[in-house]
Write a protein that binds this ligand. Structure first.
Ligand SMILES: Nc1ncnc2c1ncn2[C@@H]1O[C@H](COP(=O)(O)OP(=O)(O)OP(=O)(O)O)[C@@H](O)[C@H]1O
Length: 229
């Protein structure tokens, strides 16, 4: 059974009196442990795919299955609960909470899940070490570089051990060296912890780091290929 399966998905957004077709006849299957990039020009539908897989949005037609479960019929509350327990998100703009420290930010999802404090602390300590940000636990986001903030965001996404981590243009705000370091880090987490990663990008450097490249154009799948890393 594939980890993620989109079948004949269509996504239409209303826009005033008109409709925008963001995805049509879109099918895709992702297995556990993949390190896959969604590539394609601006507006091709990458974010829409990530939003559907992450249960942020629902398809207009077709089905989205995660671990065999059709997430389409879930009501907003069930969908939020599903996200909390299965999906890790990494955003282009990090989305850390400014008033919380790095460690508090990273612990946030675990807190929502009701994980005990000692377990939270241990998990975060280990992840901060692995991500090269040990010692920065008590800093606020404004006192961290962009690369460090994104590492905290990766820790936050990894901490609950989600089924899949979705990263929408995770390196778009970083210089190319920091971007490369972060991708290597995510790749290490992928191979060592077997965490599945799906990220989007139109940066050739980021795309070259993936093991599978799914190219989108005008809301359709244009190409799907594996590459050696
Ligand atoms: N909420 C929305 N309302 C109306 N149209 C939308 C909405 N979200 C996305 N779209 C449209 O759907 C299409 C696909 O958008 P999407 O954001 O998925 O593309 P993308 O490949 O992620 O682009 P980018 O690289 O610029 O982030 C675009 O034409 C976009 O304008």
């Amino acid at each position: 059974m594939p980890l993620i399966e989109l079948t004949d998905v269509e996504k239409i957004y209303p826009l005033g009196n008109q409709q925008v077709t963001a995805l049509s006849e879109f099918s895709l299957s992702i297995d556990k442990g993949e390190f896959t990039v969604l590539a394609g020009p601006s507006g091709s539908g990458k974010t829409t795919v990530l939003n559907l897989v992450g249960g942020i949005d629902q398809p207009t037609a077709g089905t989205v299955r995660i671990e065999g479960r059709d997430v389409g019929p879930l009501d907003p509350r069930a969908l939020a609960d599903f996200r909390l327990h299965h999906i890790g998100f990494i955003f282009q703009s990090y989305n850390l909470i400014p008033v919380l420290t790095a460690a508090e930010n990273a612990e946030f999802t675990l807190m929502l899940q009701g994980v005990a404090k000692a377990t939270r602390r241990n998990r975060i300590r280990e992840l901060f070490k692995e991500l090269g940000i040990a010692g920065l636990e008590n800093r606020k986001p404004r006192d961290l570089s962009g690369g460090q903030q994104q590492r905290v965001a990766i820790a936050r996404a990894m901490a609950p051990q989600p089924t899949v981590i979705l990263a929408d243009e995770p390196t778009a705000n970083l210089d190319s060296q920091t971007a490369e370091e972060l991708l290597d880090l995510m790749y290490r987490l992928n191979t060592q912890r077997h965490t599945t990663f799906i990220f989007s990008s139109h940066d050739p450097l980021v795309i070259s780091r993936a093991r599978r490249i799914i190219r989108l154009r005008d809301g359709r799948l244009e190409d799907d290929r594996k590459q050696q890393r």
